[in-house]
Design a protein around this ligand. Structure first.
Ligand SMILES: [Zn+2]
Length: 356
């Protein structure tokens, strides 16, 4: 008890973005008007699972139970109307959620691309017993859009009227169809892609060692999905991207010495396999930035005399036309990958074109 525990389960107020979900769920929590089943719908990697865990912990947080007058009302501090301070993160229940092994929190995820009917049957069986130790058992059913109709049918009755003291949270991708029989039985909470700054904040919080500039590139590449950005980060793709940029944009390089360096770099690229496409995405963002900078500089140049200092650092090497050609080279490389051309060869050709 005396040791300071890191707060592993975030409070609503500390979650980044998703204001709508925060408001809807926070109000339901504090007013005691929670639905019996929620459907969190939105793109991948924007926080649906984190919100589900936070909600599950908040429902069973001792601080909230105190608020509800279950014997601890006098000891409640700082519980605000919005429910934003929940879960408290340090009561015994929250600590179990934080460590990821709360006996009354069930997670059902797709196996081999679909939610199995057997798992649903087991869950229905489990729900017929009261929770082990907490006030409310929470079941998280992930990616419900992968469920086939037989599995869905076996869920309907439970979804419509879950046994007492059970809360179901379903998640589904925004772009995928969910059976209307499922969605009509849940309160739907919409989730959205995060803004670029919000994505950067999430990334820096999750990976404090990340350079802010790299976080920004990852945020742009992932288009508002921190989950996707973290996947990219784990693959070391960003480090390789930085090396490539240094390699191809160094004006001091002489062609003969470079060949072996380029070939080595191409091998490292090819080894990325499925992460090669996002690496191309980073190269594209980098080239587009230079294009935009170039055209901005051009328009300023037309108004102001003096040709120097039009482009920064390593970007003086290429003019608008050359940058455009390089962007097309990235597009071509991507198409060739799609046609199953030899990966190493595609990377070699691309790097030579980028360096010219
Ligand atoms: Zn708590």
């Amino acid at each position: 008890m005396g040791t300071r525990q890191r707060q592993l389960i975030p409070s609503f107020s500390s979650l980044i973005g998703q204001e709508k979900a925060k408001n809807l769920l926070g109000r339901a929590l504090t007013s005691g008007n929670l639905a019996h089943a929620y459907l969190f719908r939105g793109p991948d990697g924007v926080g649906k699972q984190l919100f589900a865990r936070s909600l599950a912990a908040a429902v069973n947080c001792r601080q909230r139970q105190g608020m509800d007058g279950c014997g601890h009302a006098s000891s409640i501090h700082g519980a605000r109307d919005t429910g934003a301070s929940l879960p408290c993160g340090h009561c015994p229940s929250c600590r179990k959620y934080g460590s990821g092994n709360h006996p009354d929190f069930l997670v059902i995820s797709p196996e081999k691309g679909t939610i199995k009917i057997d798992r649903i049957r087991e869950m229905v069986q489990t729900l017929s017993y009261p929770p082990y130790e907490s006030g409310v058992r929470v079941v998280l059913l992930e990616d419900i859009h992968t469920m086939r109709s037989e599995a869905a049918n076996s869920l309907l009755k439970t979804l419509e009227e879950p046994p007492e003291n059970n809360l179901l949270i379903l998640t589904a991708a925004a772009a995928r169809d969910v059976l209307p029989t499922i969605s009509s039985r849940c309160q739907v909470i919409p989730f959205f892609s995060l803004g670029q700054e919000e994505t950067v904040q999430v990334l820096l919080r999750e990976k404090p060692e990340l350079e802010p500039e790299d976080a920004r590139m990852l945020a742009r590449l992932s288009e508002g999905s921190p989950g996707q950005a973290l996947l990219f980060y784990r693959s070391e793709m960003v480090a390789l991207w930085r090396q490539l940029v240094a390699l191809v944009s160094d004006p001091e390089k002489d062609g003969s010495r470079d060949v072996s360096l380029l070939l080595q770099a191409a091998e490292r690229m090819a080894a990325l396999k499925e992460d090669l496409l996002p690496l191309f995405g980073l190269l594209r963002i980098w080239l587009r930035d230079m294009l935009v900078e170039d055209s901005l500089a051009q328009s300023v140049h037309e108004q102001v005399t003096g040709a120097e200092g039009r482009r920064g650092n390593n970007q003086k090497r290429w003019n608008f036309r050359q940058l455009f050609d390089k962007l097309q080279a990235v597009d071509r490389a991507e198409k060739e990958l799609g046609r199953n051309c030899n990966r190493s060869l595609v990377c070699e050709v691309l790097l030579f074109q980028l360096q010219q």
